[in-house]
Design a protein around this ligand. Structure first.
Ligand SMILES: Cc1ncc(C[n+]2csc(CCOP(=O)(O)OP(=O)(O)O)c2C)c(N)n1
Length: 563
């Protein structure tokens, strides 16, 4: 059997529905197999970076593996930003990259590049396949690695001759996966007991959760834990949706643009029960001033995350779902009781500050108002993919997510250009759901060519461009830290977005009247049952995202409004 056919048959066997990719010489055998064998749908992107983001969006929203296919050399290098994005957020994707003939590797052959070398720091694992007979086993291993332990991207680099070779051996499927990569985790009883004692004694506790809750599908158990403990909870940017943003114990997002109550509660807590988080610097601010009176209980699947930035007092390495279940069990057996009434009173007093309030009376459309309106119409029941910038933070703060996997954003790498292709990946996974891409005039231009892909495959999403005519987040920093010296943060030659979108064959509407906003968004959502709609909304460019922590200080030092 042909090497390329083994690849395609393997993917079919794994029930892979979509491959996102772009052809080129070294992978033409796979493209030929896709055509001959059928059964698998290939989405032809317009830039390889977008193929990876689409596979990533598909994976984030479904919890299943996303697959991308790129050619050697420039195809492979174009995929790098996408791979790094997935790696930072622990998203399971497989990237199949073509390579020159094995005998030519190292000769500076046409379109040769060392994909294994270039991608090594940003993959969970990578393979260069040397023989056609290794294809099946390598793919099987890769799928396992991408979705076991802490998830992540795996690159499989395949030389052209390996794909075009025919092997005589009959094609075979290994049924059992005999790879032993991780020892089965054991959560020691003594540790659970120790945690129980700490929780019982705590007077100012807080639960802090992140993307680990979502990738381990632990939300249901987290809710039970919350009920039993009656603790306040805060989430990282990646943890949004792990618990309903409207849950009464939820203080919203913490960190650089976190709510006042979340950051104050963290700073003043005595116990932080941290689950599936990595204490990223965007959440901690200055580590030497971090939560001075808190003991940290850290639960994570990845041993390298423990005490990496912030020292844990107690830790458990394990799947969040299993550990939460065990904690719930001990709380039931030992009849957990606690009195944290005073702590809740303090938290309510912080809540009263209402750190998300903004000037509603303005005639200009406020970006916060757009997001609130989207929420009102969709009732938090939409998939929202965002790009990176102020619009991303406004979405994180003002769209209250109800469920896990609804919030699709590049958290760790902060990749502008992620939103549109990721949203297309989500829509392919959930064709009947509302999928909205919230973007900015800077970000959308980084992968705007994918409007063409959306047209070809009829992928009708709603795009909301919070158009402030500037690189808003950059300008905000220049306002705050560089005395408003706006160096290169103005886009002086923005396109007429609605005309541009129309030329791609979609509906484009410019919105500048506040009073029309609600009805236009409603209309647009109706239209996206069949067509892609792009709303280019003129928003108040002077708006900043607040709260904002003061760099270099503790969690509790925040600017709440423009001075
Ligand atoms: C690929 C990439 N380049 C640069 C940056 C740095 N950056 C972060 S936010 C931002 C501005 C984003 O502007 P826009 O998309 O218009 O959104 P806004 O902040 O105005 O809402 C920039 C340049 C980035 N995150 N990603």
């Amino acid at each position: 059997m042909l090497g390329a056919d083994i690849v395609v048959k393997f993917l079919i066997k794994q029930k892979i529905k979509y491959i996102f990719g772009y052809p080129g010489g070294s992978v033409l055998d796979i493209y030929d197999s896709i055509k001959r064998i059928g059964k698998i749908k290939h989405i032809l992107v317009r830039h390889e970076q977008a193929a990876i983001h689409m596979a990533d969006g598909y994976a984030r929203s479904t919890g299943k593996i996303g697959v991308a296919l790129v050619t050697s050399g420039p195809g492979a290098t174009n995929s790098i930003t996408g791979i790094a994005t997935a790696y930072m957020d622990s998203i399971p994707i497989i990237i199949i990259s073509g390579q020159v003939d094995y005998s030519l590797i190292g000769n500076d052959a046409f379109q040769e590049c060392d994909m294994i070398g270039i991608s090594r720091p940003i993959v969970k694992h990578s393979f260069l396949i040397k023989n056609t007979s290794e294809i099946y086993k390598t793919f099987k291993k890769s799928f396992y690695i991408a979705t076991s332990g802490r998830h992540g991207p795996v690159v499989i680099d395949i030389p052209k001759n390996v794909l075009s070779n025919n092997i005589k051996k009959k094609y075979f499927f290994i049924k059992k996966n005999n790879i032993k990569l991780n020892k089965k985790e054991t959560v020691k009883k003594e540790k659970i007991k120790k945690i129980f004692k700490k929780l019982q004694k705590s007077k100012k506790p807080i639960i802090y959760v992140g993307g680990g809750i979502i990738s381990s599908e632990s939300s249901k158990y987290l809710l039970l834990l919350l009920k039993k403990l009656n603790f306040p909870i805060t989430t990282s940017l990646m943890g949004l949706g792990s618990i309903s943003g409207r849950h009464e114990q939820c203080l919203g997002m913490l960190g650089m643009h976190g709510t006042y109550e979340a950051n104050m509660a963290m700073h003043n807590s005595d116990i932080i029960l941290a689950i599936g988080v990595r204490f990223d610097d965007r959440t901690t601010n200055n580590i030497s001033k971090y939560c001075p009176n808190s003991e940290i209980i850290h639960i994570d699947i990845d041993p390298t995350s423990i005490s990496k930035t912030v020292k844990s007092n107690i830790y458990i390495i394990g799947d969040a779902k299993n550990v939460i279940k065990k904690i719930i069990k001990i709380l039931e057996i030992k009849k957990y009781k606690n009195n944290i009434k005073k702590w809740w009173e303090k938290i309510q007093s912080w809540r009263k500050i209402n750190s998300l309030k903004y000037k509603k009376s303005s005639r200009k459309i406020k970006p916060q108002y757009v997001i609130e309106t989207v929420w009102k119409i969709t009732k938090g029941n939409s998939y929202i993919a965002s790009d990176v910038g102020q619009h991303q933070m406004f979405t994180a703060l003002y769209y209250s997510f109800e469920k896990p996997r609804q919030w699709i954003n590049s958290g760790g790498l902060g990749t502008m250009g992620f939103g549109l292709p990721a949203a297309l990946g989500v829509k392919l996974a959930f064709p009947k759901k509302n999928v909205i891409c919230i973007t900015g005039d800077g970000s959308i231009q980084m992968n705007i060519q994918e409007l063409s892909t959306a047209k070809q495959y009829k992928i009708p999403i709603l795009i909301i461009n919070l158009n402030n005519s500037v690189l808003g987040m950059v300008r905000q920093w220049q306002d705050i830290n560089y005395s408003s010296r706006y160096s290169q943060s103005y886009m002086k030659s923005l396109p007429n977005f609605s005309k541009l979108v129309k030329s791609y064959g979609h509906i484009g509407i410019r919105v500048h009247k506040k009073k029309e906003l609600y009805n236009i968004i409603k209309y647009a959502l109706k239209k996206t049952k069949k067509e892609l709609v792009f709303l280019d909304i003129e928003v108040d460019a002077s708006e900043h995202v607040y709260p904002m922590q003061i760099k270099g200080l503790g969690m509790n030092n925040m600017i709440l409004k423009k001075c």
